[in-house]
Design a protein around this ligand. Sequence first.
Ligand SMILES: Cc1cc2nc3c(=O)[nH]c(=O)nc-3n(C[C@H](O)[C@H](O)[C@H](O)COP(=O)(O)OP(=O)(O)OC[C@H]3O[C@@H](n4cnc5c(N)ncnc54)[C@H](O)[C@@H]3O)c2cc1C
Ligand code: FES
Length: 262
Amino acid sequence: MIQQSTATVITHESMGPGYLRMTLVCPADFSTARPGQFVMLGTPGNQLLRRPFSVHRLTVGGNGQTEVAILYKVVGAGTAALARLAVGGQVDILGPLGQGFSIREDYERIFIAAGGIGVAPMLYLLEHLALTRSPDGIELFLGGRSREDLLCLDDFRSLGLRVHRTTDDGSDGAQCFLTHPMEMEAQKRPPDIIYACGPMDMLSCVAGIAARLKIPCQVSIESMMACGVGACLGCAVEGASQDGYLHVCKDGPVFDADRLRW
Ligand SMILES: Cc1cc2nc3c(=O)[nH]c(=O)nc-3n(C[C@H](O)[C@H](O)[C@H](O)COP(=O)(O)OP(=O)(O)OC[C@H]3O[C@@H](n4cnc5c(N)ncnc54)[C@H](O)[C@@H]3O)c2cc1C
Ligand code: FES
């Protein structure tokens, strides 16, 4: 059930230039959040206009304490205000919201493509997958403009994952888009599913590869959002012909790639 509440900041750390990770203690209802779902956070000084953030990590302690982490990039006034929040500060939170990734038991070989801040929902997805699967069947393709944009590498390594790193400027990993090694690996041995999050151009390329190689693919997309709950219709995106318009906050943010018009 969707909850509106106040959460308390218990950690807030820099993850590199312009990137921060914040952990919030939330009411127990947030423990139902699935990988790919998001929360709307009030921004200090302007609690009415909340901003959407993917659930980056979810921890439920033995005492039932629910901790939700978000990983974010400072891009404007709202995220700059969040960045100023100190440990012990409070923030308005609405969630869990939207449709997450759908995960089938019989998926054995899984590709995850994460570009830039698109890595945010993938740590929770990977930690969730790690509960029931060996890391051997999972390949992570991580791309960024530069080495500072390849986030959470230590978290992924501690899960024992194979990480294919790419950067646009060649400062870490291969100098190419992450779609290049992903396509090569998929041609060698196709995965059962591709999960992707990142800029639209990257997602469009991932969706194209998946369609050509006939691989199921789910993408998490962004749009401007005002309400986050299907009331304002501000987050509409064009679906493939039979679907008309889709609302990212309610129908998504995770979609089967072939439901969207690219
Ligand atoms: C479902 C969902 C999950 C998201 N998860 C994360 C996350 O985990 N980490 C993270 O860093 N960001 C995430 N975002 C994007 C984040 O919500 C925006 O960066 C944030 O709202 C910007 O607020 P601001 O006030 O700082 O910037 P603004 O001043 O509002 O905008 C700054 C710039 O960012 C653009 N922008 C603002 N909001 C969005 C948006 N929703 N989508 C695309 N561009 C936008 C504006 O057009 C402008 O160019 C997510 C967005 C969605 C829809
Ligand atoms: S953000 Fe209001 S309908 Fe989606």
